[in-house]
Design a protein around this ligand. Structure first.
Ligand code: SF4
Length: 219
């Protein structure tokens, strides 16, 4: 294990409970951050999905809290993943808008990508208060550079977060496929993919399409 990413969409206990569908407490996330830090993960990625009128008023508090902690808060534009998150375009707060709000309080400077195809745009606080990231999946789609493969618990390989179906890996695995055969199968699936959902979002092609649920593929 080389990296841990956690999700935290607000510091507010009541809003957190509501956002988690009454299944989680923000205190549990803080406990997880402490445990990971004690285990030697001094720079966690903390993902935060922001929705207009829901938690966008909490953004500056979150930035203030994690600035200087060594952890990297990353704001992800609210996406129409799955079929039950009641996504609406007007609830999306773009990265550009968030960055402007944050920079008005803590000036930012752009950082280069760590590697080609990195999904988050990196920014540093000008006063050396650390780094934050923005993942602009809706306003600036990056399907051409995407490497978001996901494996579901039932052994299906999804090549896009918005796929309506995955490719069966469990069958070949149970039938005794070797590592080399599985590797070749994954390579063949990946090299033939043509996913570009975020680039064509809203077109007639996509509006009726079922999307895999995020809980099936682990976010
Ligand atoms: S829409 Fe699909 S292909 Fe495009 S960036 Fe998202 S996961 Fe990748």
């Amino acid at each position: 294990l080389r990296r841990i990413t956690l999700s935290i969409d607000t510091l507010d206990a009541i809003a957190y409970r509501r956002l988690s569908g009454d299944r989680g407490e923000v205190g549990e996330v803080f406990a997880a951050i402490d445990a990971a830090t004690r285990a030697g993960f001094s720079s966690l990625k903390l993902n935060s999905v922001i929705m207009r009128g829901v938690n966008d008023a909490h953004v500056l508090d979150m930035v203030d809290h994690f600035r200087g902690s060594g952890h990297v808060l990353r704001f992800i534009e609210y996406m129409d993943v799955g079929t039950c998150n009641e996504w609406r375009q007007d609830l999306v707060v773009t990265s550009a808008e968030l960055r402007e709000r944050i920079a008005a309080r803590w000036p930012l400077r752009a950082l280069p990508a760590n590697y080609g195809g990195e999904v988050a745009q990196r920014w540093a606080f000008a006063d050396d208060g650390g780094e934050i990231g923005f993942i602009s999946s809706v306003s600036e789609p990056f399907c051409g550079d995407c490497s978001r493969a996901r494996l579901s618990a039932d052994g299906r390989l999804y090549t896009c977060l918005f796929s309506n179906d995955g490719h069966d890996l469990l069958g070949p695995l149970r039938a005794g496929a070797s590592d080399a055969e599985l590797s070749a199968l994954i390579a063949a699936v990946w090299s033939s993919r043509d996913d570009r959902y975020s680039e064509i979002r809203g077109s007639t092609d996509t509006s009726q399409r079922r999307h895999v649920e995020m809980y099936e593929i682990g976010g």
